[in-house]
Write a protein that binds this ligand. Sequence first.
Ligand code: AHR
Length: 495
Amino acid sequence: ESAKLTLDPAFEVGPVERRLFGSFVEHMGRCVYTGVFEPGHESADDGGLRRDVIELAREMGVTAVRYPGGNFVSNYEWEDGVGPAPERPTRLDLAWRQIETNAFGLGEFMTWLGELRAEPVMAVNLGTRGVSAARDLLEYANYPGGTRWSDLRVKHGVREPYGIKVWCLGNEMDGPWQIGGKTADEYGRLAFETAKAMRRVDPSIELVACGSSNMRIPTFGSWEATVLEHCYDEVDYISAHSYYDPVAGDRATYLASAVEMEQQIQGVTATADHVAAKLGSRKRLKVSFDEWNVWSQSLFEGEGSLGWAHAPRIIEEEYDVAAAAVVGSLLITLLNHADRVGIACQAQLANVIAPIRTEPGGPAWRQTIFHPFALTAANARGRVLQVEATAPVMPTERYGEVPVLAAAATLDEGELSVFAVNRGETPLPLAIDLRGLPCPTGISHVTVADDDPAARNTERDPRRVEPRAVQGATIDGDRLNVVLPPISFNVVKAS
Ligand code: AHR
């Protein structure tokens, strides 16, 4: 059986939004400490930033980074992390029951981000704190000078304001696990008042309201509706989070995880548009899918199982080739919804459910899921085209029959990139019909696949799984023919 894609440059989804290639650095486990920051490491610069990790994050094409959490932010006092490092307090982090030294804070993060050449997506604490701390942080970060908090930044050696554009109003405030969690009405009011104050400090900012922390939480949909009735006019985005579990459910369901991401995007946008209709507003919100990834969450015993340690090893998931295919299909889904998803952050960047792994005092290496991210960030350019696909289907326990093919396409000045996942266990011949596109003269096909879908990259064997070129792609008039290996992520380029 084979699959077919029809592409026509007249039918497009919208521009490729660069913020879709975001990542996430939380003060959790070893993401910050011994991940991006490790003073004394042989690759660390004078500020303790690991250059090996910066190089890998650049290679990944990360464009935006959410910080400092996550659940961590809901009990974080940002003032602890600025100013002379020796004077910073050591605190208890209640989210992950960690010892937080505050050796890394806003200044270190912004320096690191400058090296990466990426944009911040900054979260404020609406768990244990509120309007006042958010206002002060924004004044510290974005106000030029001559006031209490902006002068403190200058005193800390940062003359120019950071000019941080995107701000998340809290994190997963619907979750019973969240320190300082809220009801939808409580949070909606707080988000409105915080947004109002923050916009008075800096009207140019973009604000993200917390949507549901996942689609299975019983308040999904009603949470977004209630929250947005309070703060619709004050915000620009509503967030979505989701983790796809390789352990829970059958393998076919897992490989079809992107079906659920699509349902979630549709559910969140429909709810936001419903509130717009009720309010008579013509404004449309975008989704900030600011936490997504594969995570064997069903194996996690919960925050209560953690002890008090600094930089403990928490959820250091090792990813296989199947995970790379799932991550690729999630990126494809984000691209196909680029008209409504404006920001997306893979959670997280280093060590904690992450594409980059490090060892303290040791090397850094690319996990399998690094590759679909890097290939998509590098090749998705210009405009996203609508894809008309026909493909064989496979049965799944959770979603019924699902096509074995997931695909997206972008076109940039005559250069076509097709991103395709074969979820099936057999090779999938794919014909790509290029209606209205000039006949290509050059074609290339790169895949992330392996004879063993459980193959992984490890410290000992860090290059076991890498993208490789596939021979045999053909051009037949205005039709491209390729064969997608079983359980694979692929990029086909034609120009
Ligand atoms: O990314 C790990 C955690 O997952 C985040 O802290 C939280 O927001 C989510 O539940």
